[in-house]
Design a protein. Structure first.
Length: 134
């Protein structure tokens, strides 16, 4: 029986964030940020029993490829490429592997973690992955 596997993955991620910012003059404005990321990561999947439920730690690197920013309902402005960041996300994950064939699985999962940036950002992701196992 399998007890642990290492899953390596890659993908594209789109994130939208709303918030407010205060200018130097004390004026507060709403803002809306959208960023598109190229992501790569790995999960150590630990199977506690004979079933297909698993849990484990993971790490992901997200490199921003493009983005836009809108302030106070004004025009949407593209973000200059040099202002886009690369972030590291550490997380805990859990999910279930549903076998489609000997090598392919559908895996609904949840990731809960922290984006190591300033300020620290907590991220919760729910996703369904199509997984190939060698």
């Amino acid at each position: 029986s399998r007890t642990m596997t290492l899953e390596i993955y890659g993908g594209l991620k789109n994130i939208g964030v709303t918030g407010s910012a205060t200018a130097a003059g004390g004026t507060s404005s709403n803002l809306f940020l959208i960023e598109n990321f190229l992501s790569a990561g790995g999960i150590l999947k630990i199977y506690p029993g004979q079933g297909s439920f698993w849990y484990g730690p993971g790490i992901e690197i997200d490199m921003a490829m493009s983005g836009t920013l809108q302030i106070a309902g004004g025009a949407v402005q593209p973000i200059v490429h040099s202002d886009l960041g690369t972030y590291i996300l550490g997380f805990g994950a859990m999910g279930i592997d549903f076998g489609l064939s000997r090598h392919f699985y559908v895996t609904p999962r949840v990731h809960i973690g922290a984006l190591f940036a300033n300020p620290l950002i907590i991220e919760v992701d729910g996703l369904i992955a199509l997984t190939y196992a060698m």
